[in-house]
Design a protein around this ligand. Structure first.
Ligand code: SF4
Length: 367
């Protein structure tokens, strides 16, 4: 049996954040009800493949999955239950304003054991700038409730957009509640987003400075910087994402979801009407798919492996692909090793802290 993950996209939000570039529609209970029906039918279309898989993790992302009510959560997990064993990592993304104890009870009951909270900031001025609908106090209440209910939880933070922000003060507030995991995202300013009317472009140098400040702060507090954008207390790394970075296959269900099955990467339609029509016609809602050949797998292995602090194992590379990793002789690559952006030790090639931030430039030379 092949080990695989499951990703499910819930593309509904109460209000669009000013920086958002994701596929997301305005929340409407009836629309969400219909969407859950469609999702259940999409999952059924894959039941043969699901039954042949050893499901190792589930991730429900968005959008805002926490807009689902308890009945909708029950219906979704009622369908999924047949395909996985209890005890695997089941993550559910929530936004602070749309959870409370009752909903968290429903999630627990449904088998969710990991909560990822979209905090983004613990300062009301920054939250307003980002166009989030929650305030600092709503975020803290949500973190507190999740923590008190004994969930393994992660929090998302956005950085790199305000030189006057006291990011360590915000992290101090957050760490009182001992999240096991923290994910960082640099703010990106998309041309047609609302935030582009408030900020023209990101000052990369400042964003790098803030990234280093946060990294050092979290490392000093005992978090491992186990992936370019992710920090965790040892043993609490995201299993779902780690499997993804190691090139494991996964099902992708829902509007605009991506999946990777039988060496084929596929993408579902981002169009709500087409998604509905295709599923009602018992057709998988795929609009793009591409077979990943061995050469492409090698590139993905390098690209994804370098995101992890452990880096790429040169021995594992040789075992997988039946040939030596030959990029080290390349002039451009040795230049990065000499400058300390790439580190080679104990048979692993990995990025240094500085290299993490310049990953895209380094990858150009490695691929
Ligand atoms: S919660 Fe996420 S998906 Fe929804 S509008 Fe905000 S950034 Fe976009």
């Amino acid at each position: 049996m092949k080990s695989r993950g499951i990703y499910i996209h819930i593309p509904f939000c109460k209000k669009r954040c000013d920086y958002c570039d994701f596929t997301s529609f305005k929340y409407d209970e009836v629309e969400v009800d219909k969407y859950i029906d469609l999702l259940i039918n999409e999952i059924k279309l894959y039941s043969g493949e699901l039954l042949k898989s050893n499901i190792t993790s589930i991730y429900i992302g968005g959008g805002t999955p926490s807009v689902l009510n308890c009945k909708q959560i029950d219906r979704l997990f009622g369908e999924l239950n047949a395909y996985y064993d209890k005890g695997i990592e089941v993550t559910f993304e929530v936004n602070p304003e749309s959870i409370d104890k009752e909903k968290l009870d429903c999630l627990k009951e449904a088998g969710v054991n990991r909560i990822s909270i979209g905090v983004q900031s613990l300062d009301d001025t920054e939250l307003k700038f980002l166009g989030r609908i929650h305030s600092q106090s709503v975020a803290i209440d949500a973190i507190k409730t999740v923590s008190e209910m004994g969930f393994n939880f992660s929090t998302d933070f956005i950085y790199g957009f305000d030189k006057n922000r006291d990011i360590t003060l915000e992290l101090d507030k957050l760490l009182k509640y001992k999240p096991n995991h923290i994910s960082l995202y640099p703010l990106e300013v998309y041309q047609d987003s609302k935030i582009s009317t408030k900020i023209n472009e990101i000052d990369d140098e400042y964003a790098f400075y803030e990234y280093k400040v946060i990294s050092k702060y979290l490392k000093d507090k005992g978090y491992e910087h186990y992936e370019v954008s992710n920090f965790a207390i040892k043993g609490f790394e995201s299993k779902h994402n780690s499997n993804y970075w190691r090139g494991m296959e996964y099902f992708g269900f829902g509007i605009s979801s991506h999946g990777y099955l039988n060496s084929v990467r596929y993408e579902n339609t981002p169009n709500k009407n087409n998604y509905g029509k295709m599923i009602e016609g018992s057709e998988k809602p795929i609009v793009n798919e591409s077979f990943i050949n061995t050469e492409e797998k090698k590139l993905e292995y390098i690209m994804l492996g370098l995101r992890l602090s452990s880096g790429i194992s040169l021995i594992d590379y040789e075992k997988r692909f039946g040939e030596k990793f030959d990029k080290l002789d390349d002039k451009a690559v040795s230049k990065h090793i000499e400058s300390g952006l790439l580190l080679l030790d104990n048979g692993y090639l990995r990025l240094s802290e500085e290299g993490n931030y310049q990953m895209n430039n380094i990858l150009v030379d490695l691929l």
